[in-house]
Design a protein around this ligand. Structure first.
Ligand SMILES: Nc1ncnc2c1ncn2[C@@H]1O[C@H](COP(=O)(O)OP(=O)(O)OP(=O)(O)O)[C@@H](O)[C@H]1O
Ligand SMILES: [Mg+2]
Length: 332
């Protein structure tokens, strides 16, 4: 905040918009500097840790699409890495020298979201100054629209125009601004359902998703669990005192982690490891260092499979041809 007071004092900035603009300029300068000093830090793709075959293929796709200009739609359950993939695409693209601007569409009420994205002219909001939208800030860079499924019909129409013509007007303004922004959108919902219910424009969906990337949940790539657990262990033990260094994860604890279904996916796994690193008393993370909810659910999983797992197992059994599906159906 010292810098803001200083800039205000010398009259370099006066309005809140100028503060925001200064913020983005400083962020831009920081990216430039980091890029020269730590080129490798921008290689976000390497932060996607996986040994799963499908994910390895996705990583190749991500590297390829990064080099194109096409919009990308990233789908997947909460915590599967959508934001991480958006960063990998931006920093792997020629646009990496410019800004990656993120907007969480679900977090903002309709009018605020509109003004955040497209900006507004002076006087549009009572007593308000004019304001640049984040699309203008993202010019020559990337705009990451997080949780896109929640946007109103008006924002949808404006976004469609932007994607088709690269043009926008600020709220309450007539002047057309041209911007060169790559759009990456993400959702953890099924957009086809929203289209059926006429909550989401089909034409916008097609414009947003010439490339779509669907991230599988962690329970469908269980071989990644030990790898990720080890990665997060290394990441979080750095913050521990040297004398309490953690060396690894006990076999029993690792079995527990692999048998759990992880509804919160990788974010939940990272939180669990971080917590266990704090609680661990010995050199290994033990079963009891993990939340009871994980211990209980994993125990239930072992004796009573969840309905979805039971259904999957029955499907595999049927597909194996050991029982004819028709036989089964005729008996029910
Ligand atoms: N394959 C991965 N390797 C390493 N870290 C990962 C991986 N996938 C996700 N993460 C980490 O897990 C956390 C959650 O990921 P992220 O925020 O990208 O998920 P998300 O899909 O955007 O979730 P939400 O829908 O809740 O916003 C982040 O800290 C991210 O860095
Ligand atoms: Mg996210």
């Amino acid at each position: 905040m010292k810098i803001i007071s200083f800039l205000k004092k010398i009259g370099a900035i006066t309005t809140p918009d100028e503060i925001i603009e200064t913020y983005y300029q400083l962020k831009q300068a920081k990216i430039e500097k980091e890029k020269v000093i730590h080129q490798e830090r921008l290689e976000k793709i390497e932060e996607i840790i996986t040994r799963d075959e499908k994910m390895q293929k996705l990583k190749k796709t991500i590297t390829q699409v990064a080099n194109s200009e096409a919009p990308v739609l990233i789908t997947g359950e909460t915590g599967t890495g959508k934001a991480l993939v958006a960063q990998a695409i931006h920093y792997g693209s020629p646009r990496c020298k410019n800004l990656l601007v993120r907007v969480n569409c679900a977090a903002l009420p309709e009018e605020i979201l509109q003004s955040e994205l497209f900006g507004h002219e002076r006087g549009f909001f009572a007593g308000g100054h004019k304001k640049k939208g984040r699309l203008e800030f993202a010019d020559r860079g990337t705009l990451f629209l997080d949780e896109i499924d929640d946007i109103s019909p008006t924002v949808q129409t404006k976004l469609l125009r932007l994607l088709q013509e690269g043009a926008l007007e600020r709220m309450g303004g007539e002047k057309t601004f041209r911007v060169n922004v790559r759009i990456i959108a993400s959702t953890n919902h099924d957009l086809s359902q929203a289209i059926k219910q006429q909550r989401f424009r089909e034409d916008l969906f097609y414009r947003l998703s010439p490339v779509s990337i669907n991230l599988p949940p962690l329970r469908k790539r269980k071989q990644d669990i030990p790898l990720l657990a080890e990665y997060f262990l290394r990441k979080h033990r750095k913050y521990r005192e040297a004398k309490k260094q953690i060396e690894g994860i006990s076999k029993e604890a690792l079995d527990l982690l692999v048998s759990y279904e992880w509804p919160g996916n990788i974010r939940e796994l990272e939180n669990a490891i971080e917590r266990a690193v704090i609680l661990a008393k010995g050199p290994l993370l033990e079963k009891q260092d993990f939340p009871l909810s994980i211990q209980d659910l994993a125990a239930t999983e072992k004796t009573f499979p969840s309905p979805s797992r039971a259904l999957r197992e029955i499907e595999v059994y049927l597909l194996s041809g050991r029982i004819k599906k028709d036989n089964l159906m005729s008996k029910t």
